[in-house]
Design a protein around this ligand. Structure first.
Ligand code: SAM
Ligand code: DTB
Ligand code: SF4
Length: 333
């Protein structure tokens, strides 16, 4: 059986240890089998509530703990502004719209918090009304909150495990790895798609990457989408001076994720702005089949849209769910 959920860390480590051409062949072959048309999904991100987050994630510019970061905090956006941003993303060819809030979790205990959560439900309804896939990432959820998101029409919830269970408390101390898994269970139980991945380049060992992918590959079913982020080192965060990760480490991590989770959409996420086009080509060849598309991620710059269009056109890869003429142009530019 190719799609399995009994991956052990040592089996995943063995994939990392393969000579590159052997890993390449396995990943490429599975990618062609499970995604015969080799389409690429374009997902656009929007930070709907920026900065001032009570969590202390060492990589994140939005944490209130990292006072040296030059970032302007913004309260929750209004629904009309979000609708306009989603419309613009759709017109440029995105088929998925992902909204992120710098929250530890939605606070539905207070009247103000409930009103904000209700506004997020409205944002989801607006994105769905445009015919796009809707994804949000709001921190930890209760089972009730997950159900309310599902009822509003949400497709997917993003909640990353970020690194290995062992390395987790070197990066984040305000919550535990198991808190993440609990929310992921609530998301799954509510019938939502799971978007769950992590970050490489935070000073972790290859064994931590293997452990992280073994946790993802051990889920039944696998997360439908798996974002692989390369750390964007942001001045003022504890990881602000981290060296950017070796491009081949990114390629290998994507390839291993493709072999372990052959039917999942593997998203080459943060960090593309500082990657060469050649690195991105290799990532696409070994199984990446989604990008974040748009000039900004949540707060950090992303590769320019024109460069994405040129890259996809050069590769001749179709764009998933090209809903508009603009998306068609992305494929054939
Ligand atoms: N607050 C919510 C949470 O953490 O679940 C949602 C937003 S949070 C910014 C979403 C994800 O962005 C994180 O889990 C992390 O994987 C990624 N991320 C944040 N800062 C990053 C950075 N500097 N480089 C790469 N990825 C980053
Ligand atoms: C994910 O794994 N990466 C995205 C999305 N899910 C929410 C966020 C990347 C954030 C990069 C840093 C920033 O823009 O602030
Ligand atoms: Fe907050 Fe999410 Fe950033 Fe952590 S990653 S500080 S939870 S916004």
């Amino acid at each position: 059986m190719v799609v399995r959920s009994d991956w052990t860390q040592s089996q995943v480590q063995a994939l990392f240890d393969l000579p590159f051409y052997a890993l390449f062949d396995q990943a490429r072959s599975l990618h062609k089998t499970f995604f015969p048309n080799q389409d690429v999904q374009l997902a656009t991100l929007l930070s709907i509530k920026t900065g001032g987050c009570p969590e202390d994630c060492g990589y994140c510019p939005q944490s209130a703990h990292h006072k040296q970061v030059a970032l302007k905090s913004d309260p929750l956006m209004d629904v009309a502004t979000v609708r306009q941003a989603a419309q613009a993303a759709k017109a440029k060819g995105a088929s998925r719209f992902c909204m992120g809030a710098a929250w530890r979790s939605p606070n539905t205990h207070t009247e103000k918090g409930q009103a904000q959560f209700n506004a997020v439900l409205d944002m989801i309804r607006e994105v769905k009304a445009l015919g796009m896939e809707a994804c949000v990432t709001l921190g930890m959820l209760t089972p009730e909150q997950a159900l309310a998101l599902k009822e509003a029409g949400l497709d997917a919830y993003n909640h990353n495990i970020d690194t290995s269970p062992e390395y987790y408390d070197k990066i984040i101390t305000t919550r535990a790895f198991k808190d993440r898994l609990e929310t992921l269970d609530h998301v799954r139980d509510a019938g939502l798609s799971v978007c769950c991945g992590g970050i490489i380049g935070m000073g972790e060992q290859i064994s931590d990457r293997a452990a992280m992918i073994a946790v993802l590959g051990g889920m039944t079913p696998h997360p439908e989408s798996v974002p692989i982020n390369a750390l964007v080192p942001v001045e003022g965060t504890p990881l602000g001076h981290q060296k950017t990760v070796d491009p081949m480490d990114i390629v290998r991590t994507i390839a291993v994720a493709r072999v372990v989770m052959p039917t999942s959409r593997i998203r080459l996420s943060a960090g593309r702005e500082s990657m060469s086009q050649e690195t991105q080509v290799l990532c696409l060849l070994v199984g990446a089949n989604s990008f974040f598309y748009g000039d900004t991620l949540l707060t950090a710059p992303n590769q320019a849209e024109e460069k994405d269009r040129a890259l996809l056109a050069m590769m001749g890869l179709p764009v998933k769910g090209a809903l508009s003429e603009a998306a068609d142009e992305v494929c054939h530019a």
